[in-house]
Design a protein around this ligand. Structure first.
Ligand code: DQA
Length: 140
């Protein structure tokens, strides 16, 4: 399966950013672990801090790939544009969050992405991405 992980704003700082919430591992290190665990999958990774670049990437992969794992980060709670893009494309999108957004501030309790996602996995740290890959492998 051809799967892409798309990370939104500030997730380039994983490992350095609020480690008590997001952990000490960089995403690149975790990606290496995922890649060797799921050697049967072609895993790609894209990160951007720019809303329009995330939308462009969804358009680019959204009619070709088997699965998209999207952590839109702060844009989750604000972006009608990213939500519309998720709806517009054909490839199923699993929404992922590292933290349990429901245990945090009220403004993180709203997701514009969830109504258009195939499913949502959140609160398991970086393991949330691993579970999202599993969901594509075992989906019928
Ligand atoms: C996040 C949760 C968002 O509320 C926050 O803005 C992020 C990361 C997460 O993965 O836990 O940047 O998407």
């Amino acid at each position: 399966k051809h799967i892409i992980i798309i990370n939104g704003p500030n997730l380039n700082l994983l490992g350095k950013r609020e480690p008590e919430i997001y952990g000490h591992q960089t995403f690149e290190d975790y990606l290496d672990i995922l890649q060797s665990k799921y050697s049967e999958c072609k895993l790609e990774y894209f990160q951007s801090n720019i809303e329009g670049e995330l939308i462009d990437k969804l358009h680019e992969v959204g009619f070709k790939y088997d699965g998209i794992i999207l952590n839109a980060a702060a844009y989750t709670h604000t972006s009608v544009g990213i939500s519309d893009a998720v709806k517009a494309i054909e490839t199923p999108v699993v929404e992922v969050h590292i933290s349990n957004t429901y245990a945090r501030e009220d403004f993180r309790h709203v997701s514009y992405i969830s109504p258009n996602a195939k499913g949502v996995i959140l609160g398991f740290g970086l393991k949330s991405y691993d579970l999202a890959i599993e969901s594509f492998i075992f989906s019928v």
